[in-house]
Design a protein around this ligand. Structure first.
Ligand SMILES: Cc1cc2nc3c(=O)[nH]c(=O)nc-3n(C[C@H](O)[C@H](O)[C@H](O)COP(=O)(O)O)c2cc1C
Length: 218
């Protein structure tokens, strides 16, 4: 890891720091009390190790302001021509959150996201990212919207972790039910539902492939 990448987020305005800011190292964290580290966020290397999918949550609540701060950080994600077509629908009220969990998630995802403070549906607006004036710019068409949404989602989960929230991306969900419950317009494609909450215990890291399996240097 580049040494500069491990510097604390609050150090400055270099391009590295800009990336770290995108990973959630924002200021004004009203719900981040405690040590300097808690106030200023984690080093990037620490952050990506700390973020794990959490499938058992302790009961907690999250405020609208805190979700707004996480989304504000996630908005630093790159997107096709800065089209920013990712949309977030955050169910933080118990009624909608529970309806979503019980009616739109399969049993195991419903059980694993029990007690999460928020369920956040993530969508993208069709026909914009990867399009020029209504025509697809290349063979991938709306896949660019999905690509941007994935990037935005990874910023979102890292931003959440940086603010001491755990997450679970759930791609297995009933899209029609999620869209109906949250009133998501037909012109948006639902990607995932992300649980946001407090881990009941420290999650274990799932092993990763060796770099040589995924990287070809030419
Ligand atoms: C697009 C996507 C869809 C996923 N869908 C689910 C899901 O429906 N249920 C689940 O328990 N985990 C789901 N996951 C979590 C992955 O299983 C998890 O990220 C992976 O095993 C790596 O573990 P880690 O996130 O703890 O590093 C999903 C992750 C991604 C990126």
């Amino acid at each position: 890891m580049n040494d500069s990448l491990t510097r604390r987020c609050f150090l400055g305005s270099t391009s590295t720091a800009t990336f770290l800011l995108a990973a959630g190292c924002s200021d004004g964290a009203k719900e981040n009390h405690g040590s300097d580290k808690e106030k200023n966020g984690m080093a990037y290397s620490e952050l990506i190790e700390a973020r794990r999918s959490v499938r058992r949550y302790a009961k907690s609540e999250i405020s609208k302001g805190e979700i707004e701060r996480i989304v504000a950080d996630a908005l630093n994600a790159p997107s096709w021509k800065n089209s920013e077509t990712t949309r977030y629908y955050a169910a933080i009220g118990e009624n909608t959150r529970e309806r979503l969990r019980k009616d739109a998630l399969p049993g195991y995802n419903a059980a694993n996201s029990a007690n999460a403070a928020a369920l956040v549906a993530v969508t993208f607006v069709q026909g914009e990212s990867g399009f020029n004036g209504g025509s697809p710019a290349n063979e991938l068409g709306n896949m660019w919207g999905a690509y941007d949404c994935g990037l935005a989602s990874s910023y979102f989960i890292l931003a959440a972790k940086n603010r001491r929230w755990d997450t679970l991306i759930m791609g297995i969900r009933d899209a029609a039910r999620v869209k109906e419950i949250l009133g998501i317009p037909a012109g948006e494609t639902l990607m995932s539902v992300i649980a946001v909450g407090k881990a009941e215990s420290k999650p274990v890291k799932v092993p990763r492939r060796p770099v040589a399996d995924v990287l070809k240097t030419v």
